[in-house]
Design a protein around this ligand. Structure first.
Ligand code: G3D
Ligand code: MG
Length: 182
C-alpha cells in the first residue's frame, strides 16, 4: 500500500465504550472531553507514526445506542475495515457487545472486512485482560474467513492507539495481498 493511500474505517461498538474519545485522541493527539454522540462523527486522520505513517484514515464514529445499531451496516458498506471498541471494565455489557458483534458479522459483506477490536479503558483498575475479552467476545469462533486482531488501549492517555492502528494496517495489507493472489 502506498504511503499516500487513504482508507475508510467504520468505528462501532456499544455507547460509552469510548469511540469518540478514541477518534479525537487520534485526530488531536491529546485527550478531548467529548459529548454524547447523537448520530455520528467523521474525521480524516493523517497517521504520523507507526507502520501506517503517511496514510490517511477516514474514520466514521457511529452512535452506539441500541436504536442506532441497525444503521451500522450503512457505514460498513463503504468501509475498508471495522474498528469495534469495547469498554474493558464493563463486564456486564461484554455479552451485549458480543451479540452486537455477531449480528454485525452475520452480514456476509462485513465478514470480508478486517476487524480490529480495541479493548479500551485498559487504565481502569478492574479492566479485563485482552485474553479474557477475546474469549468473552468469542473472537476465535468468528467466521473462518474473518480477519481480526485485538489490541488494548486507553483513549485518555492515547496508550496503545498507534499499535492498534498498526494492527489495522497489517490486516488491510494482508487482505490486499490475498486478493491479488486470487
Ligand atoms: P462513545 O463515543 O463510545 O459513546 P465516549 O464513548 O468517547 O463518549 O466515552 C464515554 C466515557 O468514557 C467518557 O467519560 C470518556 O471520557 C470515557 N473514556 C473513554 N475512553 C476511556 C479510557 O480509555 N479510559 C477511561 N478511564 N475512560 C475513558 P464521561 O465521564 O464523559 O462519560
Ligand atoms: Mg460517541
Amino acid at each position: 500500500m502506498g504511503s499516500s493511500s487513504s482508507v475508510q474505517l467504520a468505528m462501532l461498538g456499544l455507547d460509552s465504550s469510548g469511540k469518540t474519545t478514541v477518534l479525537y485522541y487520534m485526530k488531536f493527539e491529546q485527550y478531548t472531553n467529548v459529548t454524547r454522540t447523537i448520530s455520528y462523527n467523521c474525521e480524516t486522520i493523517k497517521v504520523k507514526e507507526g507502520r501506517a505513517k503517511g496514510m490517511t484514515f477516514k474514520i466514521w464514529d457511529v452512535g452506539g445506542q441500541d436504536n442506532k445499531r441497525p444503521l451500522w451496516n450503512q457505514y460498513t458498506r463503504s468501509s475498508d475495515g471495522i474498528i469495534f471498541v469495547v469498554d474493558s471494565e464493563d463486564k456486564e455489557r461484554l455479552e451485549e457487545a458480543k451479540l452486537e458483534l455477531i449480528r454485525l458479522l452475520k452480514n456476509a459483506d462485513n465478514q470480508k472486512l478486517p476487524l480490529l477490536v480495541i479493548a479500551n479503558k485498559q487504565d481502569l483498575p478492574h479492566s479485563l485482560p485482552l485474553c479474557e475479552i477475546e474469549t468473552a467476545l468469542g473472537l476465535r469462533d468468528l467466521h473462518p474467513g474473518q480477519m481480526w486482531s485485538i489490541r488494548g488501549a486507553c483513549a485518555v492517555t492515547g496508550e496503545g492507539l498507534t499499535e492498534a492502528m498498526d494492527a489495522m494496517y497489517d490486516l488491510i495489507v494482508k487482505k490486499k495481498t490475498m486478493k491479488k493472489r486470487k
